[in-house]
Design a protein around this ligand. Structure first.
Ligand code: MG
Length: 459
């Protein structure tokens, strides 16, 4: 029976995963999603780093490595919102970083991937940094996770608290042992969940600052404390993979590893331009490895691009769960991971800085339309922080020039016009704040003699 027919004829959401196994021969895969915090594109040895990451390198040899994978934001909270919802963070009110005292969090109208997995009977746990709202109504256990263990925001924020579900169990948190403890919790979750489908979301706090490695790893790398922290975290990933094998679920578990955004003060974006907070590639392009023995090929390197927006639709498709009712910005990349298709159809991928739209990617091209003001880009920077329309949009070929070094807009005016038109088509469907921010960008007159020839404002 075709999968589509099977879904049509079966009320999938109503069946437990075990019932489905018996009825349709479908065994729901376990899913483990490991996220690093502020780990750069160039920080794994399989992505060219001098830091030793044998466990991630092995995972890449046994799975698929994507060289053009994006976080949907270069900042923690909106990046995590996209991971959780398959939609741009701005749609759920997440444009910037949430502070511990913030009264809200990810909008309750958003459906999380944990809720999607629960709808088909998965056991769910979040271990690590949440950063989508501190009040109880916004914590993981209120957003589809059966249980939670971790720091609900960045570990450089006060108050320093470690939660189990909704309760504080430690304050201040002993940062040095955090990677060890997150790993231990993950291994225990796998042990107790092995008999039924599970979704484990493991967003480590490393290697975000402040940096601290445990005694076993301190001073062991060739790259200072940052290297020590990355190596300890790589060890943690290895322990999780070992636990899957030890519990006999290795063959039926998809493991995905990526990062929430580019490197901050330390770490490396490789040869990419920019860092955390930027919409240049270094802020948003992150390492990605997927491993699923027998289901996705081993040792394959993929050049087509994909994003964190794609995780929810991919997991939903793999587990035969219904998609959320909110329209998604991501697409199912299962066919790409399984090597059935070289690339998947998708709408333009948008790069936001806060509420501000700055760039769009379509196929191999990335178009820069706007950029935050700074002395480097404006002849007479005014007071305050705002977005500036680029008088001359910049077009970069992501296949040939990931460093964003050579603007090719002049030779490719048709491509520029086409991408711009597509972005303008999408704009009315984006939140009011994004539209208002774009109007502000377009209408701001910072150049005394701005010719106003490009791009013609349509709002
Ligand atoms: Mg981060």
């Amino acid at each position: 029976m075709e999968r589509r027919t099977f879904i049509k004829q079966t009320s999938v959401a109503a069946l437990s995963p075990k019932a489905k196994t018996q009825a349709g021969g479908f065994k729901p895969p376990n899913i483990v999603l490991i996220l690093a915090d502020d780990l750069g594109y160039g920080d794994l040895s399989c992505f060219g780093s001098a830091i030793s990451t044998p466990n991630l390198d092995k995972m890449a040899r046994e799975g698929v490595l994507l060289r053009q994978f994006y976080s949907a934001s270069s900042l923690c909270s909106p990046a995590r919102a996209a991971v959780m919802t398959g939609r741009y963070g701005v749609r759920g009110g997440m444009a910037g970083v949430l502070w511990p005292e913030a009264p809200g969090g990810l909008a309750e109208t958003e459906t999380t991937v944990a809720q999607v997995m629960k709808s088909v009977g998965y056991g769910t746990m979040c271990i690590g940094k949440w950063h989508l709202g501190r009040p109880t109504a916004f914590l993981p256990t209120s957003r589809g996770f059966d249980s939670y263990y971790g720091i609900p925001y960045s570990h450089d924020m006060d108050p320093s608290v470690l939660l189990r579900d909704k309760e504080t169990i430690e304050s201040p948190v002993a940062i040095r042992s955090l990677t060890q403890r997150y790993t231990e919790q993950a291994v225990r979750f796998i042990e107790r969940s092995k008999d039924s489908p599970f979704f484990l979301y493991l967003p480590y706090s490393a290697p975000h600052i402040p940096l601290a490695a445990s005694a076993a790893f301190a001073g062991k790398s060739s790259r200072g404390t940052y290297g020590d922290v990355v190596q300890e975290w790589d060890w943690g990933v290895g322990e999780v993979l070992k636990a899957l094998q030890a519990n006999g679920v290795d063959e039926n578990t998809l493991v995905i590893f990526t990062s929430d955004n580019g490197p901050w003060f330390q770490g490396s974006p490789g040869r990419l331009r920019g860092r955390k907070g930027d919409t240049f590639e270094g802020g948003m392009r992150v390492p990605f490895i997927a491993r699923f023995p027998g289901r996705i090929p081993a040792g394959k390197v993929v050049e087509s691009f994909a994003t964190t927006l794609d995780l929810l639709p991919t997991f939903a498709a793999m587990s035969q769960a219904a998609m959320p009712s909110n329209p998604l910005d991501g697409v199912d990349i299962g066919p790409m991971l399984r090597d059935e298709k070289e690339a998947v159809e998708r709408p333009p991928f948008l790069y936001f800085s806060g509420w501000h739209l700055q760039c769009a990617r379509v196929g191999r091209w990335k178009l820069h339309l706007a950029r935050a003001n700074s002395p480097a880009f404006t002849p007479e920077p005014k007071e305050g922080s705002y977005n500036l329309r680029l008088l001359s949009p910049e077009l970069y070929d992501m296949n040939a020039d990931p460093e964003e070094a050579e603007d090719e807009s002049e030779e490719n005016q048709k491509v520029v016009a086409e991408i711009y038109a597509k972005v303008m088509e999408m704009l009315p469907g984006l939140p009011g704040e994004v539209q208002a921010a774009w109007r502000d960008t377009v209408n701001r007159r910072v150049y005394p003699n701005e010719p106003g020839a490009w791009p013609t404002p349509i709002l």
